[in-house]
Design a binder for this molecule. Sequence first.
Ligand code: SF4
Ligand code: SF4
Length: 381
Amino acid sequence: MSKKKKQKPVYFASARVLKWKQEESLPGKLDRLLEKMDLAGRLEKDEWVAVKTHFGSAGAHRIIRPVFLSRVVSALKAAGAKPFVTDTVRISGLDYLEIATRNGINQLSVGAPVVLADGLYGRDNILVKAGDILGEVAVASLIHDAPAMVVCSHIKGHINSGYAGAIKNLAMGGVSASHRGCGWRCGRGAMHSLGEGRLFWDEDKCQLCYQCEDICPLECITFGKEGKKFEYADERCWRCGRCTRVCPGQAIAHEEADPVQFMQGLAEAAQAVLGTFKPGKVIYVNFLTDIQPECDCMPGTDVPVVQDKGILVSDDLVAVEQASIDMLQGSPPLPESAASDSGLKQGDDILLELHKKDYRVQIEHARKLGLGSPDYELIQI
Ligand code: SF4
Ligand code: SF4
């Protein structure tokens, strides 16, 4: 007789409020979701716990709201742990902390220290062996050294991976942009790039809008005295790809990983980040709210493309990601959004159609690497 496969529990709270009580709102439901995770049973007394989130950007405000982070922090403290809220450096560290504060994430709002996982310069990291694509990656030292972590991921679209959730949050968010010895080659730029990942400029296509110059976190791009000639400091460039994403005329491009390689690289980096934790020490909280078409590190944020769904919690990375993408299926595109502007209709896979990237690759590769199981049981609270 064949044994039935054990399904991984994924707990779900709907964003709908059917009773006008605080406990029935999403922050109140998050408390109950976290109770399902038996935090006290998983964590040692006074154990430090990284609460990994994304601080957003100066214009990207649709991040996980501080009220939710404060609920996670409270639950961890109630379990006897010592949490800190963290993210890795995306721009200058001092500016990024300022952005976190302006986006409402600070010690007063979340109830725990807010720190950069790889230091103010983004170079406090430790090389960890990754898979065949990446070789090794520079894992942010605070995440590397923390004995436990709650990965709070905002679900949204992404230009290269189609869908961005917990795998991407771990991979791009747990790895630094650069390492003291090997630079971008073992940072997150290695996931974006192919070969040397150099930038190329096509003068004929350039509209001289200077958006690439404005968005570069390292001021690598200038346009000369006359403002007409693209100049680029290749040796400083992190290969973050921000400049190419904002270019309206595809006038700059870099030697870029194809989407399959990019997503497999994400899964490899996620594996490297998780490799420093003992089993059961990482919990995933996926927020299917403000599901906008692009990444939270873009300079702005568009309106959501599908309605808020709620929050999913699990201790299985692949299960929570699979449940998240399943939940998005069949959602009608929201009016006056990038989805409705693109002519999408109910039944279409909105993120797939918007970005034309088969985002399932990252989840399937994470499964292959042994990071979890896509067989889940959805338990609604
Ligand atoms: S990829 Fe573009 S935006 Fe990023 S560091 Fe290099 S030049 Fe700057
Ligand atoms: S963003 Fe593109 S079009 Fe605008 S200045 Fe840069 S290369 Fe030219």
